[in-house]
Design a protein around this ligand. Structure first.
Ligand code: MG
Length: 382
């Protein structure tokens, strides 16, 4: 792998919190990626909602397939820009590890439950998963990932939390940038969800091509495809349009970022961090069009009547679970009850609340629904 001077490199890595000998046959960022893939939080992504609740259908994206698509897009662009592909991949695969069950509805509900106790941020939770909650190594808590992977996972966070987080929180206080690989994973995330949500939305019958023709970016590609191939089935039309959209966004992001890097010429990753703004970016025209697409999806998909009803139900499940466990932590498995007692001893109700949020956030959709029945349905014995 030939890296550009501004790529993140092992030689300039800020290292791991708990020092470890170098791996023999892998790079440090490969090791990060491998630890992420072997984590239990990663496996649980398979049963967590992206937009559609897991049991609504087997063809929809889950957080796991979403994360794989993000990694695929990020790797392609990383390689083209001479960035560290292994780091971009590690960040992409880990970026959603802290997500609650039931997508954003679940995250909003848990944030609401945690309002008096410091709130709940899924990004900060992803970092908490890799720093603290994965518990299987003899010599350290968490996965002991490199600074660069952790920096990339924490895409945004409140100032209060940034102060608590130390090294990775610092850039939010000093208004600095993360590595180019982190900037890239962030936009690869956006490319992935905008496109797969169109795909899933149409397949679920919540969006139509006619509606999507309101969005200039989509309309342009839809028309090209229809002209070139008038005989396509709806499924082919959907896919041929979406693949062109992804390609347009990936190409624009690659070319605009290459241009920005040629202008700014950062000599190494710390110069990237000192820039006033991100260098990995869309062109202004595509940024505007992609934002219009985002607004469209927000209005027509994420707030669709059917999605809304499911979301409200999901929020109720999360709130009731949180309340029950917070009032009586003994209802949680012994390990989590222990954590709650330790949390309470250290930080009172807020300390306890964090451990309950950890438990609830870690659940998959189906586990949360099952647990809800087990707790509240008097006919369920176990
Ligand atoms: Mg994501």
């Amino acid at each position: 792998m030939i890296l550009a001077p501004y790529a993140a490199t092992e030689a300039r890595s800020r290292g791991r919190r708990h020092p470890e000998p170098r791996p023999d046959y892998r790079s440090e960022y490969q090791r990060d990626r491998d630890r992420i893939i072997h984590s239990s939080a990663f496996r649980r992504l398979e049963y967590k909602t992206q937009v559609f609740v897991n049991h609504e259908g087997d063809l929809f994206r889950t957080r796991l397939t979403h994360s794989l698509e993000v990694a695929q897009i990020a790797r392609t662009i990383a390689r083209n820009l001479g960035l560290n592909e292994e780091l971009a991949e590690a960040i992409s695969l880990a970026h959603d590890l802290g997500h609650t069950p039931f997508g954003h509805a679940g995250q909003d509900a848990l944030n609401e439950c945690m309002r008096e106790y410091g709130g709940f941020e899924h990004n900060a939770q992803s970092l908490r998963v890799v720093d603290q909650l994965e518990d299987k190594y003899a010599e350290f808590r968490g996965l002991n990932l490199t600074f660069e992977t952790r920096e990339g996972i924490l895409k945004h966070c409140s100032e209060r939390r940034a102060r608590e987080l130390g090294d990775v929180g610092e850039r939010f206080l000093k208004k600095r940038q993360p590595s180019l690989e982190a900037q890239l994973a962030n936009l690869a995330d956006e490319i992935a969800y905008n496109n797969h949500d169109i795909d899933d939305g149409i397949r679920a019958g919540l969006l139509t091509f006619e509606q999507l023709a309101e969005v200039p970016l989509v309309a342009r590609h839809l028309e090209l495809v229809r002209k070139a191939y008038p005989q396509l089935t709806p499924k082919q039309l959907r896919h041929e349009t979406v693949r062109r959209l992804i390609n347009t966004l990936v190409t624009d992001l690659t070319e605009t970022s290459r241009h920005n890097l040629e202008q700014a010429r950062p000599a190494q990753v710390d110069e990237v961090r000192a820039q006033a703004g991100p260098l990995v970016a869309f062109s202004e025209a595509i940024r505007a069009e992609a934002s219009a697409l985002k607004r469209f999806l927000f209005e027509h998909l994420y707030r669709h009547h059917r999605v809304y009803r499911m979301n409200r139900k999901a929020q109720r499940v999360i709130k009731d679970l949180f309340e029950a466990f917070f009032q009586d932590p003994r209802l949680m498995p012994p390990e989590n009850w222990d954590a709650a007692r330790a949390g309470h001893a250290q930080g009172g109700d807020a300390g306890k609340a964090v451990t309950v949020a950890d438990y609830v956030a870690g659940m998959t959709d189906r586990f949360a629904l099952d647990e809800y029945e087990r707790l509240f349905d008097p006919r369920r014995l176990r």
